[in-house]
Structures are given as structure tokens and as C-alpha cells.
Design a protein around this ligand. Structure first.
Ligand code: ZN
Length: 434
């Protein structure tokens, strides 16, 4: 038998939810898929031109970032310590109006792709303007993406006339459908307070016609509650439900200010959720009622949001913060466990993004999206259980990354991204902004 890549002698963590580690295991990869996995004693006769000795590493599924605005790396640290409304209206929206260009989105998304791949993220769900440039940056970088075209009822970069926002999204979908196996296009309506009911319905319809995901920020802040309640007398979730846009292909991002009825609606509609704990903390939005979601079997993924409100894109940090935030929220140290957030960042995240039973675990037939974590790092010893990945590891502990059966990071260095050129281009754009 032949394998494009054969990983040997690694400690395997095949799947969250199971605490079973395989002490000395192998993974065989062919044509972008995992074709075999197990203990070394079961490995028989593989030929390969690409052998990775994974001694002293933990081989785990690649992490899945279920919500990001990659190009916002340009705004990292530009406006910190502000409340959401002031941050958005006085800083982010004006900076975007002046500085978001196709070139900016391309280079700043490439910078984000480098940061994510180097810290073990193998799939990202992105939503922004000029999303075709982001999609190009992701696929050139070898990062798997669900890349969603932004829709908002304001004049936006690339769509100066908001009455044409659905048309622009449709054009983007037409261009990226079935174009590259690494990119799945989608639609991202900014929020119920920046999109009219008509826009929300049309954006969802466009996504449905193409059997694609529909993303929307919802119930992020307390003030959003009153903005939606004033005209419609409903919570943001009930408002979206009344419009008929909640179903299994809708990803509701944030869901911080949701009540018990909202949670029942999300569960009843089988809507997906992505929460972004560090963004919620930094903007003092609050904390999403994660236990209430998990108790109702709502599929919840973990996102970083953009680098302007986080300010990093490292999902290891996000997992740690997510678990601890839920503990302090409920004053219950067993409320949300390490394995719950590991699942959110792998298998559940995959399910949120429509990769059910195809990604988020090291199993035969799954996409070959894997990460090798360096167990020689002092902060990871001793390694009794995968809980260390949540409470002790960081993105800097990632050694090698494989996406779609291709090695994209080796020994901590990106193989698919010219990092010097990317940094040069981003600094040039940042200097202009400054
Ligand atoms: Zn967001």
C-alpha cells in the first residue's frame, strides 16, 4: 500500500470526547484523506515518499475556527478598551470605509492565514468584504475555509450601493462554487441591527438556493436587545425566527444575550452557534450561556472573531478562556470541561460548518487535516491527558500542520506562505493607516 504521507511513532489523540490516547501510533494519508490510523503494532507495509517521525509529538485533529474576520488583522490593537458601539461606530466602521481595499483584504487575510496555520487551525469560517480576495488568500495558503461574503445595509467596501448587496454576494458565490476544494463559499449577513428584514430574508434565500451556510451575528450585546425590541418587540433570536431564517444551515454567531426561550428556539430549529469568548470578554459583551446550549444538544463551535476584538487568532487560547469563563460564570468548576471545549474546536466545529462526519477527528475516511503538537515543550510535561491541550498548550506549541493531505507547516515554519513578503505588504498598508 502507498501513502502520500505516513506519520509514525506519534502519540495519537484521535478524537475529542474520548480520553483514549494511542501511545505509539501511525496515520496514513492518501489523496487528501486519512486512509488508516492505529497503533504502530497494527501498521503493515506502507510505502511513502513522505515519512514524518512524530516521536515526542501529539497528533491531533486540526482546530476549527468557526468565526473570524481574517482581514481585520490590520486593525489589531488599533482601538482597544472601548465598548462595542463606540468601537464599531467610531473606529472600526470608519477605518473600514477608508482602508479596506481588495489588496488590504488579500494581504491581511494571508497574515491571518499564517497566524492560524502556525497555531494549529486548519479550517476557518470567515466573513468580510471583498471576500473573493480572502478566499484566494486562504486557498493559496492551504488553509481550508468557509468564506462568506459580507452583506450589510450600509455603503460597504466593494458594495457602495447597499441595494446591490445581495447581487454582489450572488456574484461571489457564482465565482467560488466548486472552484477550489479548500474553499466553500457562504453568505454572512452582518446582524439584525445592520440588515433590514428584507435583506436578512434575501441573504438567507441566496444561501439556501445554493445549499450554503448563512452566518449572522446575533444577540452579541445588551444594547442590541433594545435595538431589536424597539421596532419588533422581540429578542434578536425571536426576530430571526419570525423571519424564517433559522435552520440547520444558519450559524448564529455570539448568542450572548439569549434567554431560555431563545435557546429552545435555536435547539428546535437545529440552528448552529459559534461563540467567541475572548471577543465577548474584551468588548465586555458578556458570556454566552454555553451550558444551556450544550444541555439542549445545540451544535456550538468556537471562534476567535476578528483580531481587532480579541486580539489573536490562536484557538488554544480561546479554548482555555472558554472553559474558564464558563466556570466562573456559573461558579461551578465542572460546568464546562476541557473535553467539551476540545470538541467545540474540533468535531462540533466541523459539524457547525457542514463537515459532519468528514472532519474534526482522526478517523479513516476523514479529511486529512491534522496537527502535531510538540510534547518536548516544558509547559506540556507531564502529559497525563488531553486536558493539557486546553489548560497548558498554546499555538506556539504546534510543530507541524497538515491540511487536505498537504504539509503546510513543518517544524514551526510555514511552507505555503511567504511570511516575509506578507509582513512587508501588511506593514506597508498599516503605515498608510497610521
Ligand atoms: Zn464577528
Amino acid at each position: 500500500m502507498s501513502a502520500d504521507i505516513l506519520i509514525i511513532n506519534g502519540r495519537l489523540f484521535p478524537e475529542s470526547g474520548s480520553s483514549d490516547l494511542v501511545d505509539n501510533g501511525f496515520v496514513a494519508i492518501r489523496n487528501g484523506l486519512i486512509v488508516d490510523v492505529g497503533p504502530m503494532t497494527d501498521m503493515t507495509g506502507y510505502e511513502t515518499g513522505n515519512l514524518i517521525d512524530a516521536r515526542d509529538t501529539l497528533v491531533m485533529p486540526g482546530l476549527i475556527n468557526s468565526h473570524c474576520h481574517a482581514a481585520m488583522t490590520l486593525f489589531r490593537g488599533l482601538a482597544d478598551d472601548l465598548e462595542l458601539a463606540a468601537w464599531l461606530n467610531d473606529h472600526v466602521f470608519p477605518a473600514e470605509a477608508r482602508h479596506v481595499s481588495p489588496e488590504m483584504v488579500y494581504w491581511c487575510s494571508k497574515l491571518a492565514a499564517a497566524e492560524m496555520l502556525l497555531s494549529g487551525t486548519t479550517t476557518v469560517a470567515d466573513g468580510y468584504f471583498f471576500e473573493d480576495k480572502a478566499a484566494r488568500a486562504f486557498c493559496e495558503s492551504g488553509l481550508r475555509s468557509v468564506a462568506a461574503h459580507g452583506v450589510i445595509d450600509f455603503p460597504a467596501p466593494g458594495v457602495p450601493d447597499p441595494s446591490r448587496n445581495i447581487e454582489a454576494a450572488a456574484r461571489y458565490i457564482g465565482a467560488w462554487r466548486n472552484r477550489d476544494p479548500l474553499v466553500t463559499p457562504a453568505v454572512f449577513a452582518h446582524s439584525p441591527y445592520t440588515c433590514s428584514t428584507e435583506t436578512l430574508k434575501k441573504a438567507k434565500m441566496l444561501a439556501e438556493e445554493n445549499e450554503l451556510l448563512f452566518f449572522v451575528h446575533v444577540a452579541e450585546s445588551q444594547i442590541e436587545q433594545s435595538m431589536i425590541r424597539d421596532p419588533w418587540g422581540e429578542t434578536p433570536v425571536k426576530h430571526l425566527d419570525a423571519l424564517g431564517v433559522l435552520d440547520e444551515r444558519t450559524v448564529c454567531v455570539h448568542c450572548v444575550w439569549v434567554d431560555e426561550e431563545d435557546l429552545d428556539i435555536l435547539a428546535g430549529r437545529n440552528a448552529r452557534v459559534s461563540i467567541c469568548p475572548q471577543s465577548h470578554l474584551k468588548l465586555a459583551s458578556g458570556y454566552a450561556p454555553l451550558s444551556g446550549m450544550l444541555d439542549r444538544s445545540v451544535k456550538v463551535g468556537l471562534g476567535t472573531d476578528g483580531a481587532a476584538s480579541n486580539n489573536g487568532l490562536d484557538l488554544f487560547r480561546e479554548m482555555d478562556m472558554c472553559a474558564k469563563l464558563q466556570k466562573v460564570r456559573s461558579l461551578d468548576p465542572v460546568a464546562v470541561k476541557a473535553r467539551d471545549v476540545l470538541r467545540m474546536a474540533t468535531k462540533a466545529g466541523a459539524s457547525v460548518l457542514g463537515f459532519d462526519n468528514r472532519s474534526g477527528a482522526i478517523r479513516k475516511g476523514y479529511l486529512a487535516d491534522l496537527v502535531l503538537v510538540d510534547l518536548k515543550k516544558s509547559n506540556l510535561q507531564p502529559f497525563y491527558s488531553p486536558d493539557n491541550l486546553v489548560y497548558a498548550a498554546g499555538g506556539a506549541d504546534v510543530r507541524d500542520v497538515i491540511v487536505d493531505g498537504k504539509i503546510v507547516v513543518r517544524e514551526g515554519h510555514p511552507l505555503t506562505i511567504d511570511l516575509d513578503e506578507t509582513l512587508f505588504q501588511v506593514r506597508k498598508i498599516a503605515n498608510h493607516l497610521a
